[in-house]
Design a protein around this ligand. Structure first.
Ligand SMILES: C[S@@+](CC[C@H](N)C(=O)[O-])C[C@H]1O[C@@H](n2cnc3c(N)ncnc32)[C@H](O)[C@@H]1O
Length: 254
């Protein structure tokens, strides 16, 4: 199947959540409404890559011959269920990639669940009512920050709200005061990893000729300093500063 035919099949699914690069549908609720050629394609992929029934949401890429199966075990029972596992299938290469999020403390979560269902599904109205209440409460004002469990819970607390079942309501007790950052300790230095080679951005900068021999580098947020050491070894004058790892280094031009 070519890209255009695949895209036509996706466009003819009568429900689902459309984002700029992919179309999402619940896998089990209305597969009889999928175009037959798409059902056949999915069935073949599921058989070949042994995609179990736990994978209940299908993500169909719009501009690539790829699809992913996502496992949200609590799709119907929890207001914003967590993503536990993903299997991404490349239909051209015939390969599958598995990612397991089950140990992730800040797992990706779902919103607007009604969008994954046909409009007449028995749960659609309940999910839609929750989405409408959340929108009304201004919880979607910054959509980029709501997609992960801890961020979402923080936003709810900030607004003095909580979710009971699929109902948004006022949280009992006093509202927290002061900005969230003042109450939550964020261990930013922990994002620095041990490297055995230069970081990707620097490799790219060297490859495309952006960083030439004798150029100087100040690495602001240098982590454990591996890039500084690597660049020095390559003949650059490189120094760095990091609030967690090199807080006493001088912030000055190299
Ligand atoms: C993902 S690590 C990258 C470290 C290093 N550049 C590397 O590639 O290995 C991000 C680093 O930014 C540092 N950092 C956090 N907040 C910062 C800030 N406001 N200004 C500068 N660096 C910061 C952290 O301490 C951490 O070491």
């Amino acid at each position: 199947m070519d890209q255009a035919s695949y895209r036509n099949l996706i466009d003819s699914i009568p429900f689902g959540k459309r984002l700029p690069t992919a179309h999402y549908v619940h896998r089990h609720v209305a597969s009889s409404e999928f175009p037959p050629a798409l059902s056949e394609l999915l069935a073949a992929a599921e058989k070949r890559f042994e995609v179990s029934d736990d994978f209940n949401v299908v993500k169909l890429k719009l501009n690539e011959l790829k699809l992913s199966y996502l496992a949200y075990p609590e799709f119907f029972t929890v207001a914003h269920p967590e993503l536990r596992k993903v299997v991404t299938i490349d239909l051209v290469r015939g390969r599958a990639r598995h990612v397991d999020y089950s140990a992730n403390r800040n797992a990706p979560i779902l919103h607007r669940k009604e969008a994954f269902l046909p409009p007449d599904h028995e749960y659609a109205a309940r999910f839609h009512a929750l989405t409408a209440a959340e929108e009304q409460a201004g919880l979607y004002a910054n959509p980029r920050s709501i997609g992960f469990r801890l961020n979402w819970e923080c936003i709810l607390r900030e607004k003095g709200l909580e979710i009971d079942g699929h109902t948004l309501r006022e949280r009992p007790g006093p509202r927290p005061s002061g900005p969230a950052e003042a109450r939550v300790t964020i261990h930013r230095h922990k994002t620095a990893i041990h490297r055995t080679e230069l970081s990707k951005p620097l490799k790219c900068a060297i490859e495309v000729g952006l960083l030439r021999t004798n150029d100087t580098v100040f690495d602001y947020g240098c982590g454990l300093g591996t890039d500084v050491a690597g660049l020095t070894a390559l003949g650059h004058i490189a120094i760095g500063w990091d609030p967690g790892h090199f807080p006493n280094a001088e912030k000055r031009p190299p």
